[in-house]
Ligand binder design. Structure first.
Ligand code: UDP
Length: 445
């Protein structure tokens, strides 16, 4: 397939941090299958492109944009720092490479797809006189609080009581100000990410369409409001059910799980970036030792160095720790009984598809909102007492989810969601139909 022979050229601008570029590429690959004669130029940083693009693809070509880092920059451990530099370089770093992609392909751009984070997508698309499609990679509720930030601020004030209920928002009873992402009503409202999200909330109503990694039956009340606020809001997920990904099980995770009883194993993963502070690691290890549940841990860091002395030897027969796991497959394995998670949106969806109740230790962003929504509104998981990992809190949560009637009810509730998620991606399911609508917008069919 020759790029020059294509009749349409679509530009894609990715956010190169966290779990953002991979779901965007995922969506683009599905679109590229549905839109023959169309080529895509996928713009992200070199580092992001090299980890996201598995192989050379016919119709989707990666283009590297400048990461904004000063000459000689060395990562000092704060994950927000490179994000701050990158955000100073946008949109100039993108528009420069857009020109290159047009020159190389010999085709003007027909549609702009961006991560929803990029409010500037509205202006770039206007200048190009093309539709702007934004992908929101997190949950509908997190999107809603960002588009309603000004109104939430008016209701609860800035840096006021963290305990104020959010019951003036639809289906938010039980949630409090403390559950909102940092920077909506408290913290540093002008920090790079809160400022970006605030601008995003104001710009997204200009988008031709917003696609989201969710499905219609999850958070239905909020989804209906989003449909009123946007020109076109389309749930086209869960992505983990509609995309094919290769499973790397080089650590023998699935074999190990098969040696355990049904719904007995604790799966632990705090996402792609977080390593808990030492005292929380100590507390979790003590809870695992004392409760004696088998566990499987995808650990960011060096377990020999970061975990308490002797823990690995003592737990060898009961637990397995790996640097990276095929998470989705693990959550679908019948041996897994509970998922200790940071509450990232992809993890929540993958747990739903696996039918596994969750225990949450949220750290930042939408994680607290996801935690309280799953716990208080959907009822298939729980936050830890006091919000952080303590030995007693972790043991209590593990016993409750794995060994009690309440835990069984959580499993039943998430089982219902699992069925709804599968229904959404069946032929004629809501996500499949929404995807067809998206194809019409993107490829102008
Ligand atoms: N993940 C994985 N293996 C691991 C840890 C994480 O495949 O060992 C994947 C996980 O399946 C999910 C993503 O990384 O798709 C994490 O996304 P999430 O939104 O939960 O959290 P984030 O990393 O963005 O904070």
């Amino acid at each position: 397939f020759q790029r020059e022979q294509a009749s349409k050229h679509i530009a894609v601008l990715a956010f190169p941090f966290g779990t953002h570029a991979a779901p965007l590429l995922n969506l683009v690959l599905r679109l590229s299958q549905a839109c023959p004669d169309t080529v895509f130029s996928f713009l992200s940083t070199k580092q992001s492109n090299s980890s996201t693009f598995p192989v050379k693809l016919d119709k989707v070509k990666p283009f590297n944009v400048w990461d904004g880092l000063p000459e000689g920059y060395r990562f000092g451990g704060n994950p927000h720092e490179p994000v701050g530099y990158f955000l100073k370089a946008v949109p100039g770093n993108f528009t420069k490479v857009l020109d290159k992609a047009v020159a190389e392909t010999g085709k003007r751009i027909d549609c702009l797809i961006t991560d929803a984070f990029y409010a500037f997508g509205a202006d770039v698309a206007d200048e190009l006189n093309v539709p702007w499609v934004a992908l929101w990679t997190a949950g509908p509720r997190a999107l809603f609080v960002h588009i309603d930030t000004d109104s939430i601020r008016r209701h609860v004030g800035i840096n006021g009581s963290q305990d104020k209920p959010l019951d003036f928002l639809p289906d938010f009873s039980g949630l409090r100000v403390a559950d909102l992402p940092d920077g909506i009503t408290s913290g540093d409202l002008d920090a790079p990410i809160p400022a970006l999200l605030h601008k995003m909330g104001q710009a997204l109503p200009r988008a031709t369409a917003i696609a989201a990694n969710s499905y219609e039956d999850l958070d239905n009340t909020v989804v209906n409001i989003l449909k009123q606020r946007f020109k076109l809001y389309l749930n086209v997920g869960p992505f983990n059910l509609v995309s094919t990904s290769t499973v790397d099980d080089s650590h023998g995770c699935l074999d190990w799980l098969s040696k355990n009883e049904t719904a007995s194993v604790v799966y632990i993963s705090l996402g792609s970036v977080i390593t808990p502070p030492p005292h929380e690691l100590q507390a979790l290890c003590e809870a695992l030792e004392e409760s004696e549940f088998p566990f499987f841990w995808s650990f960011r860091g060096n377990p020999e160095k970061d975990l308490p002395q002797g823990f690995l030897e003592r737990r060898r027969s009961k637990g397995k720790i790996v640097p990276w796991a095929p998470q989705q497959k693990i959550l679908e394995h019948p041996s897994v009984g509970v998922f200790i998670s940071h509450g990232g949106w992809n993890s929540v969806l993958e747990s739903i598809v696996g039918g596994v109740p969750m225990i949450f230790r949220p750290y930042f962003g939408d994680q607290g909102l996801n935690t309280r929504t799953v716990e208080g509104v959907w009822g298939f998981g729980l936050g830890l007492e006091g919000g952080t990992l303590t030995k007693e809190g972790a043991m209590k949560a593990l016993k409750l989810t794995l060994c009690s009637e309440q835990g069984k009810k959580m499993r039943d509730r998430i089982g219902v969601q699992k069925l709804l998620a599968y229904n959404a991606v069946k032929p004629n399911g809501s996500s499949v139909e929404n995807f067809k609508t998206l194809v019409n917008v993107v490829c102008n069919k």
